[in-house]
Design a protein around this ligand. Structure first.
Ligand SMILES: [Mn+2]
Length: 236
């Protein structure tokens, strides 16, 4: 049986994310896994702590290049999220994927057998695939680095722990699973189409083995302060 792992919302290079604490585990796991999915918002261009968006793209690409080289037996899948579906990154990622046999990227989702991986921004409201495409397209060229002042505002907010409460209130489990299910139906990957396991992120709210409409939903959370973030072993 093949082994697969998934991690979402690392928000690499955003200073409020503790993504670096997960790097060792990612490397360890990927050395023996057959498949590894980065489930969107892996990189954060808007809140990057590096000098520019361009520099962040460069670092992101070299991270993926090194990882796939070091763990050559593992196939890496990069699903995009609302934070890393940026034209400048997509172009570089596509170039990398063309010369890296064990790396692929997917703008919206990846299906492996009866398992579906997607970022999960469709849980924001009831969205068809066309609506998701339009939402992402509007942001394709808009990944501008935010200034220090706004960054500090968010730093302070994080200290209060408000981000944890806000995420939980915005994404109740049942509504989240319901919206994702509706989207899956629209793209032809619903329970009736054979999907049993769904791995998603975006909400930053961990969800484990939550059943809705015959499918089981999983979310590993995100590495922000006060939140839980785990690398999930995916059933494929
Ligand atoms: Mn997201």
């Amino acid at each position: 049986m093949k082994s697969a792992y998934v991690v979402s919302d690392l928000h690499m290079f955003c200073r409020r994310s503790q993504w670096h604490e997960l790097l060792e585990t990612i490397h360890d796991v990927a050395k023996t896994a057959d498949l590894f999915v980065f489930n969107g918002d892996t990189f954060d261009f808007k809140w990057t702590s590096l000098d520019s968006v361009e520099a962040t793209v460069e670092r992101a690409i070299s991270f993926l290049r090194e990882l796939s080289k070091r763990c050559s037996k593992c196939h890496f899948h990069i699903n995009l999220g609302n934070h890393d579906h940026a034209k400048i990154f997509v172009d570089a990622l596509d170039k990398l994927a063309r010369k890296t046999p064990n790396l692929s990227w997917h703008p919206y989702y990846l299906r492996v057998g009866s398992t579906l991986f997607l970022h999960g921004d469709v849980a924001m409201r009831k969205m068809t695939h066309e609506e998701l495409e339009r939402y992402r397209e509007r942001r394709l060229y808009r990944h501008k680095k935010r200034g220090p002042l706004r960054n500090r505002v968010y730093d302070e907010l994080l200290k209060t722990g408000a981000h944890v409460t806000v995420s939980r209130l915005a994404f109740p489990r049942r509504r989240t699973a319901k919206r994702i299910s509706a989207y899956l139906e629209d793209i032809g990957h619903s329970y009736d189409d054979g999907v049993k396991q769904v791995y998603f992120g975006h909400t930053h709210v961990p969800m484990s083995n939550y059943t809705y409409g015959g499918m089981t939903f999983h979310n590993g959370g995100a590495p922000f302060k006060g939140m839980q973030c785990v690398l999930l072993k995916a059933k494929i």
